[in-house]
Design a protein around this ligand. Structure first.
Ligand SMILES: O=c1ccn([C@@H]2O[C@H](COP(=O)(O)OP(=O)(O)O[C@H]3O[C@H](CO)[C@H](O)[C@H](O)[C@H]3O)[C@@H](O)[C@H]2O)c(=O)[nH]1
Length: 559
């Protein structure tokens, strides 16, 4: 009579299939797509998955060991001799198993990377998590965000806990080179890469936020920290991440990760080193914001301005050319119009800046224009900013000028928060040919301004309609403004309403270089780019005050 067949050891047919199932893999994509870092909760999930695989593997090994122990070598040997005493049964030695070793190693690696990445953003919890309990860290972060939710969004508390090392969005340790989570993410996707120069500054940080909102770009930031703070980037990243849906894809998560390089644009080798990381054609386009911007200072140190604004732009364009990166959005300024012959100012107005600063902007625009005319691969758009104001409504990012602010709105915000020891604003002249005699400017919300960069960037695509016939070169300049003039006295009134602060002012003499009225004609940008700056002055002042009151010291001290 035939023996019944022994029970088949591999319940899913074969050994590899059974083992891979036992290790927790369920579909092909589990094997194809290795783990990518996102937030701490992603690391915790991955650690749990690995733990589960280890448990399954351990069970499998135990089962195999038991079977081996139970299997008699032969019928004879299995029969105990009746009168021979049995030696005590030793447990079989624990098998050394390559899969198990690999899993343990992977777990350690993940935990290490998790702590390293989390340290960038959640350092404030590290005192509580002992030798690095990442699950405990997750609980602390969740508790903190639960508690944070109870704080009214409109709170004007000046609690320093909103900023600096106590905030979950700040990173007191991030210094010049800060590649958030990049060891796991830099090579993973084919998202178009956009390089933003001056990324940690006031305008740059809001532009990066706006790019991230599309979830279609990977942002690389380049900054020398001159008038900016890398904390801004941590906050942008955290803000974008907090706005992702629960079921965000890995690619969407990656769009919130900023690769930040410390780079001096007056050093061609430093720019080249950044481009080399991404290779030829690796960067889709550049938004070039970094520049010095103080009109008065530029009169005193013009060569520094020409070096930092013009030479730097030249080097950037040369390196971009070398690396086949031929799309640029350039941050220009209304100052290129000097004293404009007509108000509102159309783009067709001749460029005739008065200050060295303004002339550096004209020079850079001219350089890009010439380049786009000489080489059909190139396309460029200059954005002539009028006066950006306000902050992201969360109060997480905003303007943080170095020293005493020279510009009107940040100065008023600093006065209200007590950072500037004065209650009286010096108004530079009330004898201008304007309705109340004080200068008129065209203010627009910083997020509206930022949206103009996105629209301009998209207008650089190969099928763009904005450039007309190719014989004229793919270059254009656009005004970014609201098209509404607001005087200095009107600004003081709007800030009084937003802050409740009792501003006093005194009229003093005109400031050298001030132009009576700079109001944009924004119709071209609206018609061709679809740009509209529709948030009004009250919103700008409210958001500015929200940022300033939540962050009385801005992002903290400068280096
Ligand atoms: O203490 C102050 C500060 C400013 N003002 C007045 O407020 C108006 C706005 O001045 P800002 O310095 O805030 O802004 P500007 O329009 O002079 O400068 C802005 O626009 C310029 C282009 O014209 C440059 O781009 C510059 O970088 C940018 O800050 C001006 O009439 C100025 O005279 C005062 O009366 N008192």
């Amino acid at each position: 009579m035939r023996e019944p067949p022994a029970e088949w050891e591999w319940r899913l047919g074969t050994q590899p299939l059974t083992e891979i199932w036992d290790m927790g893999y369920r579909e092909l994509r589990d094997v194809q797509m290795p783990f990518r870092a996102g937030d701490v909760k992603d690391f915790v999930k991955e650690l749990k998955r690995t733990d589960h695989k280890i448990e399954m593997r351990q069970k499998r090994l135990d089962m195999m060991a038991k079977k081996l122990a139970a299997k008699p070598d032969s019928e004879e040997a299995a029969k105990p001799a009746e009168d021979v005493a049995m030696p005590p049964v030793e447990p079989p030695p624990k098998p050394t198993d390559e899969i198990l070793i690999e899993l343990e190693e992977s777990k350690h690696r993940t935990a290490w990377v998790a702590l390293r990445a989390a340290r960038e953003v959640h350092l404030q919890h590290f005192g509580k998590i002992g030798t690095g309990d990442i699950e405990l860290l997750l609980k602390e972060i969740e508790n903190e965000s639960e508690n944070g939710k109870q704080v009214p969004a409109s709170s004007t508390s000046t609690d320093a806990g909103d900023v600096g090392s106590g905030s979950p969005m700040t990173n007191p340790r991030t210094e010049h080179l800060n590649i958030l989570f990049s060891p796991l993410t830099t090579t993973m996707s084919n998202l178009p890469k956009i390089l933003v120069t001056g990324g940690s500054g006031y305008i740059g940080s809001h532009v990066i936020y706006t790019l991230q909102q599309t979830r279609r770009y990977k942002v690389i930031s380049l900054d020398n920290g001159h008038n900016s703070h890398s904390n801004a980037l941590d906050r942008v990243s955290a803000l974008s991440r907090s706005e992702l849906p629960e079921n965000a894809s890995e690619q969407e998560i990656e769009t919130t990760v900023i690769e930040n390089h410390s780079c001096d644009l007056t050093r061609r080798d430093e720019i080249r080193a950044v481009f080399e990381k991404y290779g030829k054609g690796g960067i889709w386009g550049v938004v070039h914001i970094a520049a010095y911007k103080a009109v008065g200072e530029s009169v005193e140190i013009p060569l520094t301005y020409y070096e930092n604004n013009v030479a730097a732009t030249l080097y950037l364009l040369q390196v971009m050319n070398e690396f086949d990166c031929t799309r640029i959005v350039y941050s220009s300024s209304a100052t290129v119009y000097g004293i404009p012959p007509t108000i509102p100012i159309p783009e067709s107005t001749r460029l005739k800046a008065d200050s060295p600063y303004g002339k550096t902007k004209v020079a850079c625009e001219t350089m890009i224009d010439d380049l786009c005319h000489s080489d059909s691969r190139w396309s460029g758009i200059s954005l002539r900013y009028f006066n950006p104001a306000g902050a992201h409504p969360s109060g997480q990012i905003g303007e943080h000028p170095k020293g005493r602010p020279g510009n009107l709105l940040p100065l008023l915000a600093h006065m209200a928060v007590g950072r500037v020891d004065a209650t009286t604003l010096k108004v530079f002249g009330n004898d201008y040919p304007t309705p109340d005699g004080t200068c008129v400017r065209d203010y627009l919300h910083i997020l509206d301004l930022a949206s103009g960069h996105l629209l301009a960037l998209e207008a650089l695509s190969d099928d763009s309609k904005v450039f007309g016939s190719s014989s004229t070169g793919r270059y254009k300049g656009y005004n970014l403004g609201q098209g509404r003039g607001i005087s200095v006295l009107q600004i003081i009134e709007a800030m009084r309403k937003a802050t409740g602060f009792d501003y006093q002012y005194e009229i003093i003499g005109r400031r050298a270089g001030d132009v009576p009225d700079l109001t944009a004609d924004p119709t071209l940008a609206e018609k061709e780019l679809g740009f509209k700056a529709d948030q009004d002055l009250a919103v700008m002042c409210k958001d500015l005050w929200n940022f300033q009151s939540k962050n009385p010291d801005g992002y903290g001290k400068f280096e």
